[in-house]
Structure formats: structure tokens, C-alpha cells
Design a binder for this molecule. Sequence first.
Ligand SMILES: Nc1ncnc2c1ncn2[C@@H]1O[C@H](COP(=O)(O)OP(=O)(O)OP(=O)(O)O)[C@@H](O)[C@H]1O
Length: 452
Amino acid sequence: MKANEIQKKLLVVEDDPGLQKQLRWSFDDCNVAVASDRESALAQIRRHEPAVVTMDLGLPPDPDGATEGLATLQQILALAPDTKVIVLTGNQNHENALKAIDMGAYDFHQKPLDAGVLNLIVNRAFYLHRLQRENYKLRQAGLISSVPGFITGDPEIARICQQIERIASSDVAVALLGESGTGKEVLAKALHLLSGRNSKRMVAVNCAAIPESLLEAELFGYEKGAFTNAAKQTLGKIETAQGGTFFLDEVGDLPLSLQAKLLRFLQERVIERIGGREEIPVDVRIICATHQDLKKMIDAGTFREDLFYRLCEISIHIPPVRERIGDAVLLAHHFKNQYRIKEKRQTLNFSQDALNAISSHRWPGNVREIENCIKRAVIMAEGSQITAQDLGLQSADNPEQPATLREVREQAEREVVAKALARMDGNIVKAAELLGVTRPTLYDLMNRHGLK
Ligand SMILES: Nc1ncnc2c1ncn2[C@@H]1O[C@H](COP(=O)(O)OP(=O)(O)OP(=O)(O)O)[C@@H](O)[C@H]1O
């Protein structure tokens, strides 16, 4: 590839030298690298990270079939999922082209090559790749979030937010698992708002907040006269969510008798009000949440395994704030900005000892605890600064100095190089390939980090 060309990196995976030449020539405005088999294709992907790949499905050792091409496609996408792969197929090979698309290829083009059409497809792929990259950067910078209002700078939580965005449109049952105050309800609302059901209601029931004796009526409703105080027909919460989303919070507190009734609803998608005889079809998407360990509850016989599998088609574990990198301070700033406007204390800011205390505190109550703590401090602070004392937190005795970016990079670089060498059992050529650098660069890195 030309060194000065940093944009439009294209990898051509093609074993026929004539076609290689033709493709190079067709894309003379791109920075083109060429590979003729799976191994060299993967090495080029690691080294150059091309945005777009054109790939002949018929690669050696199976030039007349598609097995090698499809296997290469799978490995390219596993290594660099954002890469836009355009597969080139013979005109008898429509079925394999569709298989490739199903596996995540961006598009296909049938041979004989039509340079004009292929150029259009490739340029569109570059354009889409650039848009996705820009979008990703904006997300990383916190400028746009896939879950509106959900503050995070932690890569794991950002990944969860993207997962939420992806599954929102399906009707799959989602279980949000995590400690109290980690944002399970916020994410449940996001699932509803990002879904096709957002014009209908999201109705929530907190199983821990309602006495067992009333919970059945709350969930399923009752007919007039069903019991002493049943003065009129009353719809249950499940029924009132018709067409929308039903959020069952603290599902671990659902008594066993009601677990059976809920299971029946999930299987049949009909409810019967208490005292009623009619089966009423209800179409809702189910989301549940709990801070309890449902698997342990199954072992202890307090939660039904069959219900667990109905409710947890997809389980999302939300890590507590203390495991999120940098989120405590980010959330503290967010709530400080919110409450200083409300309290008309625009000039208020955190002192250094307050920031140290915030990042070293363990926050057992998670986001809710941070919010309450900051709210109280905004009201109580006397001067223009919020101190650790205003927050009611211990000043961190030995505040961890933030490492410089260079230190962090060096440390990460050393770790990655050492791991690659270990993985390849000290084989320099293979480790360099894995890291996507040349052999001399790897030697330089090893020298710099004192690795043998
Ligand atoms: N990442 C976040 N950004 C901004 N606010 C958040 C975030 N996560 C949670 N919150 C806020 O923190 C509070 C607690 O969140 P939420 O009620 O969703 O937690 P939860 O996990 O459902 O807790 P519980 O299990 O106790 O019901 C809410 O006021 C919510 O708006």
C-alpha cells in the first residue's frame, strides 16, 4: 500500500494474477493491497486494517468451490467486524453469495467483473464504513449515546447500550441483571422507547413493593365480586400494557404460586382475571429485572427453572459503578451540573479532594447513591467548591495520581507485545503478523520494552 495514502484502504483477495491486475487497475484511486489466499488475507487485514475488501469466494485449496472463501470471510469478520467485504462469485454461485451475505458480507458481485458496477459498490462501502466510524467516534466521545440520557464512558457499558439498541426492535424477552441502582429501569425504558411498541405504554410492576396477597390482582386484574373488596372490574397491569411493554421489576421476589401463573401467561399469551372465566389474549413484550442471583434461587428451589428460561431469552448483566472505568466521576459531574442549575448555584465545582474521594469510594448504592450524594452536597456546600467533606466521603488518603496517556499507552503496548509473543511461542514472524506490524518494528518494540 502507498504510505502516504491513509484513506480508502482496499484489500483485494484474489488468486488469479490476471484478475488481481485488473482489480488493482480498476481501483487506482484507492490504496490497494493484494492477497491470494486465506493466510495472506488475514495478515493483510491485521497489518493494514482495510475498510473494504473484495474477495473471490473460490480461493485455493478450493478454487472451484466456496468453502475456503466462506471460511476466510468468517475469519476476516471475526478479526475486523466493521470491514465491508464484497464477495465476487461465478454466475452459477448465487446460493453461496447469499450464504456469504448471511454470514455478514456487505455485498456481492457476479463475474465477469463489471468495473463500473464494482466501483459503485466499493465506493458505497467506503462511504458507509466512514459514516460508521464517525458515528463510533462520536459515541466514544459521549457526544451521542445509543441510550439517551444514559451517562457512561466505560467501554463495557457502551457495548451494553449498543446491545440494547440492537435487540430493542425484536420481541425477545430480556432480563436485566445487576445490583440495585445500576440503571436497570433506565435501560428497560430505553428498550421500550427504541422498540416498535413505543406508541403504546410501558407498564411496570415491582414485585418486591407489593404484598404477596395483592400481587396477583395487580398483575392479572379481577372481576367485580371476585373477592370482598372487588367493587368493580379492574384490569391487571399485564393487560393494561396491551400492545406495549410489560416490565417486571424485582422478579426474584415473585412468589412461587404466581410464578406458575406467570409461566402460563408466557406460554399461552392469555390471562384470566381473578374470578373471571374468559381467556384474554395479551400481546406484550416482557422485560424483567432483578438484583438477585436467579440461578442460585433455582438451585434453592425458590425460582422455577422453566420460568427462568422464558424470561431470560437474553440476559444482560449490568456491572456496578465500582467496576466501570471513570464512570463515578462522570456521573458526579452530570448530577452536579443538573442540580446546580436547579439550585441556582451555577459557579459550584468539585475540589480536587472531592474528585479523588469520588473515584476511590466503592458506591454500594451505585448511580442512585451518587445522585443523592451530589444532590445533598450541591445544597450544602458553602463556598464555590464541593469538598470531600460536603460529600460526606473520606478524603482518599493516597489518591491515585492519574497516569499520563503516554504511560497508559506504553503499559498497554508492552502487555500486547508480550501476550502476542507468548501466544506464538516466541515466533517473531508469527507474532509480528498477529500484531499487524513488520518484523523490524516488532524487534524495536521488544527492545524498547525489554522483552526477549
Ligand atoms: N448511566 C446513568 N446515567 C444517568 N442516570 C442514571 C444512570 N444509571 C442510572 N441512573 C439514574 O439512577 C437512578 C437509579 O437507576 P434505576 O432505577 O434504573 O436503577 P435500578 O437498577 O433499576 O435500581 P433498582 O434495582 O434499585 O430498582 C435513576 O434515577 C436513574 O435515572
